[in-house]
Design a protein around this ligand. Structure first.
Ligand code: F6P
Length: 338
């Protein structure tokens, strides 16, 4: 049996741990070396691949990025859809394909699997917004990087009596902002799901000032709604490209509080570099589970985290609205503002 693997969409710390796990598990079975397609769906369509035997996947567990490369190429948008992917399956004699991707990639995988191409999805994103799984790998690393950054910005905010506004990723969801903000003791956290009006945010900062704390740190998620935020064209998956909302929020906070307000946009720093131990373990467990499903001839499934377990769920369960921060969790975070 021949198992293929590809990584698609934005990269995420832990992708190489998944590739290592799938390759190693397959090598320990009769399946033999797996085929790794370069740059997402594009590699499958164009026949751009490398053989991943046990040796090829050694030494990559802690490496950031993906040894396969990735792209936002979508066969339904940029190519001829099912036909070109089917031709790729046939050319390489694939009995199963493991697809490591976010919501856009999983939607595409589901359509292809419904059309008879056996696929197993492994969810990945730093945004932690994929439904049907408790958590995604990459999130923990992004939160740790953002937490370290906010910790550092806090000391310089205090020294200069400024407001530091830190923008983090997360697309339309505020998971990274919420967790990094809570972990670093940020004074205000602004997220898209429960958008605190800026006058209320400013009140926390002014109250701190009145009580002797002449600085504040605010974490804002890139998807926080602001009429003044710049609008960018959509990406290849049709998602709105975000980034820079902090530059629209900062002058408003400055006007409302009188504090000099400085912006730091963390951007792709949150996706680069080595994964945390948590993400390495999670990615390894998901990779082994995906390989086991492929070896068992099962497909149409996504491997998911449920409590302490890794379980298969229908891919369709992940193809709904992105998972958002619940109101009660935001309320807990808000208790600590100011
Ligand atoms: O989905 C992951 C993510 O990092 C989002 O948080 C962010 O909005 C987006 O990808 C950025 O994508 P790109 O690297 O294509 O600009």
């Amino acid at each position: 049996m021949t198992i293929g693997i590809l990584t698609a969409g934005g990269d995420c710390p832990g992708l190489n741990a998944v590739i290592r796990a799938v390759g190693t598990r397959a090598a320990h079975s009769d399946a033999g070396p797996i085929l790794g397609f370069r740059n997402g769906w594009q590699g499958l369509v164009e026949g751009d691949l490398l053989e991943l035997d046990r040796e090829a996947v050694r030494g990559i567990l802690g490496r950031g990025g993906t040894i396969l490369g990735t792209s936002r190429y979508d066969p339904f948008v940029h190519g001829s859809g099912i036909d070109e992917v089917r031709a790729g399956f046939e050319r390489h004699g694939l009995s199963a394909l493991v697809v490591v991707g976010g919501d856009g990639t999983i939607r595409t995988a589901r359509l292809l699997d419904d059309a008879g191409l056996p696929i197993i999805a492994v969810p990945k994103t730093i945004d932690n917004d994929i439904p049907a799984t408790d958590v995604t790998f990459g999130f923990d690393t992004a939160v740790q990087i953002a937490t370290d950054a906010v910790d550092r910005l806090t000391t310089t905010a205090e020294a200069h009596h400024r407001v530091m506004l830190v923008e983090v990723m997360g697309r339309t969801r505020g998971w990274i902002a919420l967790h990094a903000g809570m972990a670093s003791g940020a004074d205000v956290i602004l997220i898209p799901e429960h958008p605190l009006p800026l006058p209320e945010a400013a009140e926390y900062i002014s109250t701190r000032d009145r009580t002797g704390h002449h600085y504040s740190v605010v974490v804002v998620a890139e998807g926080y709604p602001s009429p003044m935020a710049r609008r960018l064209p959509v990406d290849d998956f049709g998602f709105e490209r975000l980034g820079g909302v902090a530059y629209a929020v900062a002058p408003v906070l400055e006007d409302l509080t009188g504090f000099e307000t400085r912006v730091t946009v963390l951007g792709h720093l949150q996706r680069g570099g080595t994964p945390t131990a948590f993400d390495r373990v999670l990615a390894t467990r998901l990779g082994v589970a995906a390989a086991d499903l492929a070896l068992a001839g099962r497909h149409g499934l996504m491997v998911a985290v449920r409590g302490e377990d890794i379980v298969p769920v229908a891919m369709s369960e992940a193809c709904i609205e992105p998972k958002g921060v619940p109101a009660d969790l935001y309320d807990v975070a808000r208790t600590m503002f100011g």
